[in-house]
Design a protein around this ligand. Structure first.
Ligand SMILES: C[S@@+](CC[C@H](N)C(=O)[O-])C[C@H]1O[C@@H](n2cnc3c(N)ncnc32)[C@H](O)[C@@H]1O
Length: 255
């Protein structure tokens, strides 16, 4: 099975449980940061949401009066997003399309912004082609905001070292990709992501997301995690913290 086929299957199987599974206070914080950055970065107009999933950001932006086209490779995720859009009465603001980030079915220079949140481009095998597609569809001077999984994320490394998981540590030191339950994931270092975007013509800023918080921890927040959030808000775009989050938050402009 190719990476793409197994990624589609993974999300088709997960779709009905997706919104319950990714629901904890650390992710709520992550969503609040992402939403703030989206509103600060995006010009009014037409926005593409690549890997829109069940419509989290599509709905958020439509409620803020953007015109949004959600794109996803999974028909099941699109089906759920459509139900949510209908229920919210936002049909006039949103279109949803089954397509891949590697071949966007849009004309050149046709959108005012592009977003892709929660690691979508970490699951795109032909990443260079997908980045060229972002460049092609954006207007000059427009911004894209994406998050991808970081190879050097502090919380994973600390947790794995403390648990003495030698085999995983060795794998992560010698590989940039990993497949779990059929979900192929590529892990970017900050410099790799930054160079790839710059080489494709973008002006790039990269910040960290979930610096000291572990996204898969579903327990209630420990009191000190609120301080972690405040600290992260202060250092998000500063070296070396901007290299160490669980996710990279990249904001880049078509020059
Ligand atoms: C982790 S979910 C993110 C969904 C949403 N953006 C969010 O924040 O909840 C990743 C989504 O990317 C989609 N996806 C994966 N590869 C894709 C590709 N090549 N093109 C478009 N969508 C893709 C998956 O089907 C899934 O819905």
């Amino acid at each position: 099975m190719s990476h793409t086929t197994s990624i589609v299957k993974y999300y088709e199987d997960l779709a009905d449980n997706y919104d319950n599974r990714f629901d904890n206070q650390r992710l709520e914080y992550m969503r609040s940061v992402e939403n703030r950055v989206l509103l600060n970065s995006l010009k009014p107009g037409l926005i593409l949401d690549i890997g829109c999933g069940t419509g989290e950001q599509t709905l958020f932006l439509a409620q803020k009066d953007y015109q949004v086209i959600g794109v996803d490779i999974s028909g099941e995720m699109i089906r759920i997003a459509k139900d949510r859009v209908n229920n919210a009465g936002l049909n006039d603001k949103v279109s949803l399309i089954l397509a891949s980030a590697e071949a966007l079915p849009f004309k050149d220079n046709c959108v005012d912004g592009l977003i892709s949140i929660f690691g979508v481009y970490s699951h795109v095998p032909n990443i260079n082609i997908a980045i060229q597609e972002i460049y092609r569809v954006l207007h000059n001077g427009s911004l894209a905001v994406i998050t991808v999984v970081n190879r050097w994320n502090l919380t994973w490394w600390v947790k794995t070292i403390l648990n003495a998981k030698g085999r995983w540590l060795l794998h992560a030191l010698t590989n940039k990709e990993y497949t779990l339950n059929g979900l192929w994931t590529y892990y970017f270092s900050k410099s790799e992501l930054s160079n790839m975007l710059k080489n494709n013509g973008f002006k790039v800023s990269i910040g960290c997301l979930l610096l000291l918080l572990y996204p898969h921890n579903n327990r209630k927040l420990y009191f000190y995690e609120k301080f972690f959030m405040r600290f992260e808000d202060k250092v998000r775009w500063l070296f070396p913290f901007n290299s160490l989050g669980y996710y990279h938050l990249a904001v880049f402009e078509k020059k």
